[in-house]
Write a protein that binds this ligand. Structure first.
Ligand code: AMP
Ligand code: MG
Length: 334
């Protein structure tokens, strides 16, 4: 049974994990925590380089048959560390490399760890907020027009002097909120916007509103917007399932709000287990395993990474195309 090592390094975390067909064998990570402000790309890359050997040592519980890496999307300097590490490993161990789209990996680990079959997927992380469903391949039904939900949460948490990542701390504070304060609720068609609500919440804090009320109201507004768009996607597609993935999927209030909507619609609600919600190496390994079965491997000298990529794109095909390889129809994803 093929064992795949997966390496994740797109943003704040350096992670490595191993999977085979029947089990997730390991999942280890280290998260970079900025001393102040948001992620500094060069600092994050330095962190990743510094922890890589230790994380790999813990994660490599067996000899891998192939190594998968997050090839896109992400922060250039962070992706670069993953590419370096994977190149070195593949050469040393003489094993093939599998490039993985990080967003697709968030989705696919959701499928592996739940019994969702054909859901509307709500992908909420530090860098992304998208409502995705399969309709002849992955389609984005709605997304944030500016800040991602996780990023907006982290920014507000920073205003409250909470260390990174702020999500769990803001969630705890919100439980103490007493009253709902009005905030901008911005849904445009199937898209949403979180930058105005962040500015508004910051002003309320500066004006003396209680942090707990602001945290509570902020979550209620942000999450309601997301539930509304996802509900419309369920109505359009007729898919009676919702799957929450990405770091913000760990928020219990978010789950509760989705659960209410789903029970009203007779839809079923799934959430990826907390261990696989945020960026992690096991999800990259799992997506690598699925691609290994299709033969989507590259050689160490073909390793490349891309800062931008949408969910309907495979880095494997982009790498081949970049090198002038003529694509056959089997290279075109689903
Ligand atoms: P990811 O980018 O998928 O690794 O997810 C990281 C994001 O998830 C960060 O913005 C975190 O603040 C956020 N996050 C983690 N736990 C929670 C939580 N309990 N509630 C809200 N956001 C969270
Ligand atoms: Mg992510």
């Amino acid at each position: 049974m093929a064992k795949i090592l997966g390496i994740e390094s797109t943003a704040h975390s350096f992670g490595a994990g191993m999977v085979d067909e029947s089990a997730i064998l390991s999942n280890v990570r280290s998260m970079y925590e900025p001393t102040e402000g948001g992620i500094r790309p060069s600092e994050a890359a330095r962190h990743h380089r510094g922890v890589a050997d230790k994380i790999l040592e813990k994660a490599m519980v067996a000899a891998p048959d192939a190594v998968a890496y997050s090839a896109s999307p992400g922060i250039g300097s962070c992706l670069n560390v993953g590419a370096e590490v994977v190149g070195r490993l593949a050469t040393e161990l003489k094993i093939p490399v599998i490039p993985v789209n990080h967003i697709i990996a968030h989705l696919e680990i959701g499928f592996r760890t739940t019994t969702a079959k054909d859901p509307v997927v709500v992908f909420v992380s530090g860098g992304n907020t998208q409502i995705i469903a399969n309709h002849k391949g992955w389609k984005i039904f709605g997304e944030t027009l500016d800040t991602a939900l996780g990023n907006a949460i982290d920014k507000l948490a920073r205003k409250l002097d909470m260390s990174h990542p702020g999500g769990p701390k803001l969630e705890k504070l919100a439980l103490q909120g007493q009253k709902i304060l009005e905030m901008p609720y911005v849904v445009k068609g199937m898209d949403l916007s979180y930058s105005g609500i962040f500015t508004h919440a910051s002003r309320l804090l500066e004006g003396g509103a209680t942090p707990a009320d602001v945290a509570f109201s902020f979550q209620e507004h942000c999450f309601a917007m997301l539930v509304e768009v996802a509900e419309r996607a369920v109505a359009h597609t007729g898919k009676p399932e919702i799957l929450l993935v990405g770091g913000v999927a760990q928020n219990k209030r978010l789950f509760e709000m989705f659960k209410i909507m789903c029970s009203e619609r007779g839809a079923e609600m799934f959430v990826v287990p907390a261990e696989f919600a945020g960026d992690n190496g096991a999800m990259i390994a799992h997506s690598g395993l699925l691609r290994l079965k299709k033969g989507w491997t590259i050689k160490p000298e073909q390793i490349a990474y891309f800062q931008r990529m949408r969910v309907n794109e495979e880095p494997y095909t982009r790498i081949l195309a970049k090198r002038g390889t003529k694509l056959s129809s089997t290279h075109i994803f689903e």
